[in-house]
Design a protein around this ligand. Structure first.
Ligand SMILES: N[C@@H](CCC(=O)N[C@@H](CS)C(=O)NCC(=O)O)C(=O)O
Length: 218
């Protein structure tokens, strides 16, 4: 069998979400490090495979799939044997899907805005800050009665959201007194045996964040 190929850079939170997924299911895959600072993702060859020129992208069986949520669910369904990561039960699945859309539609766009403000203005703006705090408030409610974002088992929703939230927390800290459930969940996620390896790129994101903030002249 030809191994699936994951195209990515571990500086990217969505790539780290897929790395959490592949580590959780123990997938044997090849990794293609995309040289984003050399615009490899904008090359003709890459854009032919993924017109949106985003990372992560998966190559499997001569086909290309992108968007971390789509890739993660596909890999779990095709190669995973864990019945909890994306269960068959339609209600459980719908809750997970809602969290995945929350990541795509709320968390990741907030992260992009914060990141852009830091790059251009040197700091997160008040408006971005309050949107992130609203998002943390929603997550606190999602976690009100459960250990994980979509119930008491780890699911793909936790992988996708934790990769974004840990990066977002570089911009807007998660205050444990205001968001105790969210803080506990973040801590709980670090205990997964594959977490440190899969989310290791977070340290590089933190370095880049500091550099960007310092490079803006007041
Ligand atoms: N919703 C997408 C977002 C992917 C995305 O925007 N990735 C960024 C890196 S964090 C990227 O590829 N940016 C390069 C570009 O858009 O050209 C996902 O979850 O995969």
């Amino acid at each position: 069998m030809v191994k699936p190929i994951l195209y990515g850079s571990d500086l990217s939170p969505p790539v780290r979400a897929v790395l959490l997924t592949v580590n959780a299911i123990g997938l044997d895959f090849n990794y293609h490090e995309v040289k984003v600072f050399e615009n490899e993702h904008l090359s003709e060859e890459y854009v032919k495979k993924n017109p949106q020129h985003t990372i992560p992208m998966l190559e499997d069986d001569g086909k290309y799939i992108w968007d971390s949520h789509a890739v993660s669910v596909y890999l779990i369904e095709k190669y995973g044997d864990d019945q909890f990561l994306y269960p068959k039960d339609l209600y459980k699945r719908a809750v997970i899907d809602q969290r995945l859309h929350f990541d795509s539609g709320v968390l990741f766009p907030s992260l992009q805005k914060c990141w852009a403000s830091v790059r251009t203005k040197g700091s997160v703006q008040d408006e971005d800050n309050s949107k992130v705090l609203d998002a943390y408030g929603f997550l606190e409610k999602f976690l009100a009665t459960d250990l994980y974002l979509a119930g008491n088992c780890v699911t793909v929703a936790d992988f996708c959201c934790v990769a974004t939230i840990t990066t977002l927390a570089l911009c807007v800290a998660v205050d444990a007194t205001k968001f105790p459930k969210l803080s506990e969940w973040l801590q709980r996620m670090t205990l997964l045996p594959y977490y440190q390896k899969a989310n290791a790129g977070l340290a590089k994101s933190a370095e880049l964040f500091q550099k960007m903030a310092k490079s803006v002249k007041p």
